[in-house]
Write a protein that binds this ligand. Structure first.
Ligand SMILES: Nc1ncnc2c1ncn2[C@@H]1O[C@H](COP(=O)(O)OP(=O)(O)O)[C@@H](O)[C@H]1O
Ligand SMILES: [Mg+2]
Length: 286
């Protein structure tokens, strides 16, 4: 055996066909998809609705069987129950018991996962603090916002101290401040060495947290790599100056043109609408 660390996730030639009553009603949801996620890495699966992200995650988690190919978690095939020991999952539109409080929800899932009572109490306090829901721990979930529900879902996914968490559209339907909180949490998980696989149909929602992304379309991987590499424009360079005089800018322009470089653009950088919104609303929520 090589010394190479076992991948947190390995997906090898995965195909999933949903059979309909008639042959023409069959859907090829995932087609010969392969990818690997290293321990501690944050990987984003990006693609429009219906591209096969949730299906890929469900096969990985052993919830549905592949039609061809194989998937494994820390080297254990997803079809084996032991593969689920080290993984936490936040499904798309998770269903919770709305009459349970935040704390009761975590108690419920913790016991379901076989976490002992003594350890569970401490674990729940820690998780409630992590997801910033300590103040709402005694409130029933029916009073939670979408962002709070996603956060309690994330805490639920962490209750058995997994080394991998799978998050299906964790920020879908959550407002910008709530999405930011979830992204910060994902970064916190990464700090703790937990590998994360998340899906999204919005690239902007993942670009700040993912080490690598795979772009999936119609069930096939169309592009994969480090995000900076995928979105950087290779033959361009950006220079950002503070307090530059008009004269200096003019000289830089001349210098560039004299050196056969094409001068493309000069102006003030824009913030994103989302950053603007967050800045303006900071401290005003709740
Ligand atoms: N249980 C199912 N039966 C039949 N078709 C399905 C089933 N689940 C998903 N599909 C189809 O598979 C394709 C991929 O779906 P999905 O994995 O949910 O995509 P995504 O999560 O990227 O939106 C879609 O065309 C969807 O309609
Ligand atoms: Mg989906």
């Amino acid at each position: 055996m090589s010394e190479k660390k076992t991948a947190a996730v390995s997906i090898d030639g995965l195909t999933k066909v949903f059979r309909g009553a008639l042959a023409r009603e069959s859907v090829v949801a995932v087609k010969e998809l392969s990818l690997e996620v290293a321990p501690g890495e944050v990987y984003g699966l990006i693609g429009p609705n219906g591209s096969g992200k949730s299906t890929t995650m469900k096969v990985l988690l052993g919830l549905i069987r592949p039609s061809a190919g194989r998937t494994a978690i820390f080297g254990v095939d997803s079809t084996r129950v032991e593969s689920r020991r080290q993984v936490g999952f936040l499904p798309e539109n998770p269903y919770f018991y709305r009459h349970l409080t935040g704390r009761e929800t975590l108690q419920f899932y913790g016991r379901l996962c076989g976490v002992g009572r003594g350890a569970l109490r401490a674990r729940i306090d820690e998780l409630l603090e992590l997801v910033e829901l300590g103040h709402a721990a005694r409130r029933p979930l029916r009073g939670y916002s979408k962002g709070m529900l996603q956060r309690i879902g994330l805490a639920q996914a962490l209750v058995q101290e997994p080394r991998l968490v799978v998050l299906d559209e964790p920020t879908a339907g959550v407002d910008p401040a709530g999405s930011r909180k979830i992204r910060d949490l994902i970064l916190e998980l990464k700090q703790r060495g937990i590998a994360v696989v998340l899906s999204s149909h919005l690239l902007e929602q993942v670009q700040e947290v993912c080490d690598r992304v795979g772009i999936i379309f119609n069930g096939s991987m169309v592009q994969e790599g480090r995000l900076e590499d995928l979105i950087s424009i290779e033959n361009q360079t950006e220079i950002i100056l503070k307090n530059a005089s008009a004269d200096l800018l003019e000289r830089i322009r001349d210098l560039a043109e004299g050196a056969d470089a094409e001068f493309v653009k000069m102006g003030q950088p824009r913030t994103t609408l989302e950053s603007l919104f967050l800045r303006e609303t900071e401290g005003r929520e709740e």
